[in-house]
Ligand binder design. Sequence first.
Ligand SMILES: Nc1nc2c(ncn2[C@@H]2O[C@H](COP(=O)(O)OP(=O)(O)OP(=O)(O)O)[C@@H](O)[C@H]2O)c(=O)[nH]1
Ligand SMILES: [Mg+2]
Length: 599
Amino acid sequence: MNYRNNIRNIAIIAHVDHGKTTLVDAMLKQSKVFRDSQKVGELIMDQNALEREKGITIMAKNTAVIYRGVKINIIDTPGHADFSGEVERVINMAEGCLLLVDSIEGPMPQTKFVLRQALQKGLRPIVVINKIDRRNSRVAEVLKLTEDLFLKLATSTDQLDFPVVYVSATEGTAVTEPDTEGKDIAPLFECILEKVPPPQIESGPFQMLVSNLDYDSHKGKIAIGRIRRGKVAAHDPVVCLSADGSLRHYQISEILTYLGLKRLEVAEAEAGDIVAVTGLEKVSIGDTIAGPEQPEALPRIEIGEPTVEMTFGVNTSPFAGREGRFSTTRQLRARLYRALETNLSLRVKGRGELHLAILIETMRREGYEFEVSRPEAITKLINGNLVEPVEALTLDTKEEYVGVLTEMLSSRQAQLADMCNDGRDNIRLEFRITTKGLIGFRSAFLTATRGEGIMNTTFLGYEDWRGPIVSTRSGALVASEQGIAVSYGLNNAQGRGLTFIEPGTLVYEGMIVGMNTRSQDMAVNVCKEKKKTNMRSSTADISVKLTPPVQLSLEQAIDFINRDELVEVTPKNIRLRKKLLTQAQRLRDVSSARRSIKQ
Ligand SMILES: Nc1nc2c(ncn2[C@@H]2O[C@H](COP(=O)(O)OP(=O)(O)OP(=O)(O)O)[C@@H](O)[C@H]2O)c(=O)[nH]1
Ligand SMILES: [Mg+2]
């Protein structure tokens, strides 16, 4: 076996917000890949508009720096559990990983999940305790907790012997001894050079596992991976070996390597390096690209299965076709096909509600309008047994909310697995809960804890179906006629519960305009004006008293709806509605449901 000594390939993994992308900033800035005059800002790798807005990483991305003559290929990964699939596929390109742990929070559920993945793949870990500049950091304790985690997850004893670097990513400093003064990030680079093995290479015909895909409107599909064997040059003929065993012949157009924020076109690349190649029209993650003289498939990437699905449909609301550029089934199908590649149905599967919400938000910005159903957990039959996904749920909150949370969760089929208290009113609760029990819980949790809570989930596996859950949500306030909502009507509705819309909003019959305090739905006429006498001044009076509406974000809207409801998504609006728009239809539906139960 040979090694490429002038290359290191590392993935940066951690729980959400522990500082991965900020650490990449420090590495990029200090390795001088930018001109001094160049203003690059913060979270440089989070370039996607939604990433910038939400302040989280959604897609794994490659970059590289040169340090003391060695090229370090860096893969920044997302920390949110819904994007775990991104992590699972890209760590195949790396020989080492930086496991970041926040010096206050310590290891969190996703820390465990990504570390398990990395250790199973045999990656060489470096523990990076980050945010040591923060005043309340508890470095020694966090290191101890991290060691405990390794003891649980290591697949060989040498994995227990990991180096530790103490870092402030925002200040761009790293030290190898705690409580010493850092001056730059160099000690981290040195540690990577010393501890992460260079990539092993084989000689022979070209071979590469496709670990990630990108898309460019001019270049088409871009396949990203680490070259395992041989070399590849522009215009080389190659074959692509896909999941169904078929072979497709192509010619490579361009070969790109990474440096800083740029992709550089190169004439050829060799085993050990991470490259992006274009020219393959049909290529999927997990395929092997190989030289035609020896086309051997590498083991495919195993990615955790999706756990939730929802139905996308053409917009059937009375306002359909007004606000979107693309609204037909054909357009919707084509767009979803691009997103899914494999699944032509309009049932879209994902790893969690946020995962699906990001797809919906992206499409709406592209000009699509459509409607989506409530997400459902994916069940399946194993040996004739119905099984469903189960997750670990961790809640960090204040002691005073324990009672209400345990009660809410027991009606959602959750079992308390662990509870610990730091003696200062902060409490961490751990539950096992079915994925279906989690749907709709996030917004209920935030309301119950008045925003003083953090929730995290990780997928555990499939278990026997536990039976249906009865919805505990309050009823909806449903508009009884089409028109423009006015203060007088909304004020009446506020006598029944919370409202979701401002005066002046265009509504239609069957649209959900608020939440009832009772469990049944209730029809309200939010367009109703006060009696015609001196109308203007009386509406003005009332508008002063109106409570501001609760405006649901897309994620909250998806989380909120029940099975008989939909979210209408257009580039301009997010509306909630009943599936059946008129009260007569809904009543008929309830009575027919009753009859069918009796039969
Ligand atoms: N005080 C302090 N804050 C930090 C440090 N590193 C990161 N942060 C802050 O932590 C927050 C999250 O940082 P990110 O770099 O986006 O975290 P991430 O791990 O990339 O998050 P995801 O990609 O969404 O999983 C930001 O507000 C950073 O400014 C640090 O060393 N010290
Ligand atoms: Mg990030």
